[in-house]
Design a protein around this ligand. Structure first.
Ligand code: COA
Ligand code: AMP
Length: 631
C-alpha cells in the first residue's frame, strides 16, 4: 500500500519545482484554454501565474458541479438568527440565482473588467452578487458593512464602479443598521458616480429609492434572462478588496482569477482536509478576505457546502450559537477568529452550551485573523476535543502562509504558533539589513519571491505603491509587515506588526487612519493612536490628544467628540471608545513618536524610557492620564 506523503515531502516538492507542483494543482480546475506558462517571471518582481490560460471562476464554483452530479447537493446554507431564517440553496439553485443576477447586472451595462461595489450584510444575495460579477468577468469590490460612508466613499472613488449593489439594512444584535443612507452619503462624496445602485429591500427596514439612480433588487431581475459564464484571462482581476494601510488611503488588494482558483481549491483538501460534499463553515463576514476566500470561493470551488451565518458568537441568542449552527448543519470543519472564542469563553467559561448539541461531525476548528493566545487555544481544544489549528495569513496573501495542513499530515499543533509554512510559501526571517536570521531569532517575517498562486499580484491601479510597500524593503522578498521567528522544528511564530496596523476583534485597522480623523478636530494640535491590549478583542485603539494652546474646554467633552468623529468617519467597527488628553507626546530627540513605549504604558506593562527620549518625565504623565492614580 502506498504511504501518504509527509508534510516535509509535499513542502519540499513545492519549493523544488513550483511550476510542476502548481500545474498539478491546476488540474483541479476546469480551463477554457490551458495556460502557456505556469509561472511567468517576465515582469519580476511582479510574477503572474498561468499566463495565457482562460477560465471562469463562477463556472468552476457552480456550473461544473451542477454538470458533474452535485446539482441537488446543498451549496450554501444561510443561517440567520437575527432574522429567524434558515434557507438552503442547492448547487443548481445557487447557479440559477447567480446566472439571473448576472443577467440583471449585464442589463445595467456591467461587462468584462467593469467594477461593481458590493456593500451588503451577511445575506445570500451578497454571495450571489459576488459570483454574478465573476460570471461576467466583472470585478467586485466588497466593502464591509461596519464601515461608515466616508470609508465607503474612498473605496468607490478608487474602484470607480459602474454599479453599486447594496441592501436597505444590516441587522446587528442590538440595532438595525440602515445601509442606504450611508450609501447615499458616500455617493455625495465621490466625484464619479456609479450608473446604477441595486438595492435589496429587507423587510426589517426598507429604504427610500432615488428613481433616477436606484433600482430594487427584485425589479432589477424582472424581465432579464440568465447570463452565461464569460471566460477571462487567468491573470484578469476577479476582485479588489480594500484593506488598511499605514495611511487613511486603503490599499486595493487585487486577486486574479486563475491563481486564486487553483490555490483555494487546493487548500480545501490539503490545508483544511475537506472533501467535496462536506460541510465547511467560516464564521466571519464576506467583507473580509476570510469571507471572500472561505465563505464564498474555496468551499464552492471544491464542491463542498458552505454556511453563511448572519449572527454573532454571543448574544444571538447566547454563547451556544456556534454549537447550534455546527450541529444543525452537520458542519465538519469550522473557521473563525480567536476573538469569537474569547467572547464565548467569557460568557460560558465551563463550555456548558457545548454539551447541549451533537457535534459528532465536527472534526477540526481553524482560527486566524489575529494572534491566538495559547490560553484560548487550549480552552477550545479541551472543550471541543478536536484539533484546533491556528493559521496565519493576510488580505494580501488570500490564503494561509503558515498552518498545520490537516489534509497532508496531522502534525501536532504548538500553542502560540500558527504552524509551519504551507507548501508554496518560502517563509524567511530577515534582519534590518535583509540578512537571514538563524532559527529562534526574531526579525521581519518575509516570503521569498515568487509567492504561490492566489497571492495578490498587485494593488489596484497602483503597481508602484505595491512595489514600495511590499517589495522594496527586502529585494527578492515580500514583506509581510509581521515580525516573528521560526523555531528549530520549523514552526513560525507571529509576534507583532512592524507597522501601524492594529487588530481589533480580528478586524484590521490603521492607527494612521484614526489619527487622520482626530487631527481634524479644531482643538487638537497633535495626536497619536495606539493599540492597547484587550482581553476580548485582542487590541483596542486608544487616542492620545495634545490640545492647542489656550483650549479651555473640558477634556471629557473633547474626547467624546473625537470618539463620535471616528464612529462617523471610519465606522463602528473601529471600536474607538477611548481618547485622553495628554500634555505632550513622548518623542525621540529626532521627533519620532515613541509608540512602542506608549503601547506598554497603555497595557499597564513595565517600561524603561528609551535613551533617545527628549523628555522622560512625559512618560509618567501619560501613565497618569491613562491609568489615573494607579502608580
Ligand atoms: N454592519 C454594521 N455594523 C457592524 C457590523 C456590520 N457588518 N459588524 C460590526 N458592526 C458594529 C457592531 O454593531 C459594533 O457596534 P457598537 O459599537 O454599536 O456596538 C461595532 O461595529 C464593533 O463590532 P465588533 O468588533 O464586531 O464588536 P461586538 O462588540 O459587536 O462583538 C465579537 C464582539 C467578538 C462578538 C465580534 O467581534 C465577533 O464576532 N468577532 C468574530 C471575529 C470575526 O468575525 N472576525 C473577522 C475576521 S476573521
Ligand atoms: P488581515 O489582512 O485583515 O487578514 O490581517 C492580517 C494580519 O492579521 C496579519 O498580518 C497579522 O498581523 C494578523 N494575523 C492574521 N492571522 C494571524 C495569526 N494566526 N497569528 C498572528 N497574527 C495573525
Amino acid at each position: 500500500m502506498a504511504t501518504e506523503p509527509s508534510y516535509n515531502d509535499v513542502y519540499r516538492r513545492s519549493m523544488r519545482d513550483p511550476e510542476d507542483f502548481w500545474a498539478e494543482a491546476a488540474a483541479g480546475i476546469d480551463w477554457d484554454r490551458p495556460w502557456d506558462r505556469v509561472l511567468d517571471a517576465t515582469n519580476a518582481p511582479f510574477y503572474r501565474w498561468f499566463t495565457g490560460g482562460r477560465l471562469n471562476t463562477c463556472y468552476n464554483a457552480l456550473d461544473r458541479h451542477v454538470e458533474g452530479g452535485r446539482a441537488d447537493q446543498p451549496a450554501l446554507i444561510y443561517d440567520s438568527p437575527v432574522t429567524g431564517t434558515s434557507t438552503t440553496y442547492t448547487y443548481v439553485e445557487l447557479r440559477d440565482a447567480v446566472a439571473l443576477f448576472a443577467g440583471a447586472l449585464a442589463a445595467q451595462g456591467v461587462g468584462h473588467g467593469d467594477r461593481v461595489v458590493i456593500y451588503m450584510p451577511m445575506v445570500p444575495e451578497a454571495v450571489v452578487a459576488m459570483l454574478a460579477c465573476a460570471r461576467l468577468g466583472a470585478i467586485h469590490s466588497v466593502v464591509f458593512g461596519g464601515f461608515a460612508a466616508n470609508e465607503l466613499a474612498k473605496r468607490i472613488e478608487d474602484a470607480r464602479p459602474v454599479v453599486v449593489v447594496s441592501a436597505s439594512c444590516g441587522i446587528e444584535p442590538t440595532r438595525t443598521v440602515a445601509y442606504k443612507p450611508l450609501l447615499d452619503d458616500a455617493l455625495d462624496l465621490v466625484t464619479e458616480k456609479p450608473r446604477r445602485c441595486i438595492i435589496l429591500q429587507r423587510p426589517q427596514l426598507t429604504a427610500d429609492l432615488d428613481p433616477t439612480r436606484d433600482i430594487a433588487w427584485d425589479d432589477a431581475l424582472a424581465g432579464v434572462g440568465p447570463a452565461d459564464c464569460v471566460p477571462v484571462a487567468a491573470t484578469d482581476p476577479l476582485y479588489i478588496l480594500y484593506t488598511s494601510g499605514t495611511t487613511g488611503q486603503p490599499k486595493g488588494i487585487v486577486r486574479d482569477n486563475g491563481g486564486h482558483a487553483v490555490a483555494l481549491n487546493w487548500s480545501m483538501r490539503n490545508v483544511y482536509g475537506i472533501e467535496p460534499g462536506e460541510v465547511f463553515w467560516t464564521a466571519s463576514d464576506v467583507g473580509w478576505v476570510v469571507g471572500h476566500s472561505y465563505i464564498v470561493y474555496a468551499p464552492l470551488l471544491a464542491g463542498a457546502t458552505t454556511v453563511l451565518y448572519e449572527g454573532k458568537p454571543v448574544g444571538t441568542p447566547d454563547a451556544g450559537a456556534f454549537w447550534r449552527v455546527a450541529a444543525e448543519h452537520g458542519v465538519q470543519v469550522m473557521f473563525t477568529a480567536p476573538t469569537a472564542f474569547r467572547a464565548i469563553r467569557q460568557q460560558d467559561p465551563e463550555g456548558t452550551h457545548i454539551d447541549r448539541y451533537d457535534l459528532a461531525n465536527l472534526r477540526a476548528l481553524f482560527l486566524a485573523g489575529e494572534r491566538c493566545d495559547p490560553e484560548t487555544l487550549r480552552w477550545a481544544e479541551e472543550k471541543l476535543r478536536i484539533p484546533v489549528v491556528d493559521h496565519w495569513w493576510q488580505t494580501e496573501t488570500g490564503w494561509a502562509i503558515a498552518a498545520t495542513c490537516l489534509g497532508i499530515e496531522h502534525l501536532p499543533v504548538v500553542p502560540g504558533s500558527p504552524g509551519r509554512p504551507v507548501p508554496g510559501w518560502d517563509v524567511r526571517v530577515l534582519d534590518d539589513q535583509g540578512r537571514e536570521l538563524p532559527r529562534g531569532q526574531t526579525g521581519a517575517l518575509t516570503v521569498r519571491l515568487p509567492m504561490p498562486p492566489g497571492a495578490a499580484p498587485t494593488l489596484w491601479n497602483a503597481d508602484e505603491r505595491f512595489r514600495e510597500t511590499y517589495l522594496s524593503a527586502f529585494p527578492g522578498y515580500y514583506q509581510t509587515a509581521d515580525a516573528g521567528y521560526i523555531d528549530d522544528d520549523g514552526h513560525v511564530f507571529v509576534m507583532a506588526r512592524t507597522d501601524d496596523i492594529i487588530n481589533v476583534a480580528g478586524h484590521r485597522l490603521s492607527t494612521g487612519a484614526i489619527e487622520e480623523v482626530l487631527a481634524t478636530h479644531p482643538d487638537v494640535a497633535e495626536c497619536a493612536v495606539i493599540g492597547a491590549a484587550d482581553e476580548l478583542k485582542g487590541q483596542l485603539p486608544v487616542g492620545l490628544l495634545v490640545l492647542k494652546a489656550g483650549v479651555e474646554r473640558p477634556h471629557g467633552e473633547i474626547a467624546a467628540e473625537v470618539v463620535q468623529m471616528v464612529r462617523d468617519r471610519i465606522g463602528a467597527v473601529a471600536a474607538f471608545k477611548t481618547a485622553t488628553v495628554v500634555p505632550r507626546l513622548p518623542k525621540t530627540r529626532s521627533g519620532k513618536i515613541l509608540r512602542a513605549t506608549m503601547r506598554k504604558i497603555a497595557d499597564g506593562e513595565e517600561y524603561t524610557p528609551p535613551p533617545t527620549i527628549d523628555d522622560p518625565a512625559i512618560l509618567d504623565e501619560i501613565a497618569e492620564s491613562l491609568h489615573p492614580s494607579s502608580r
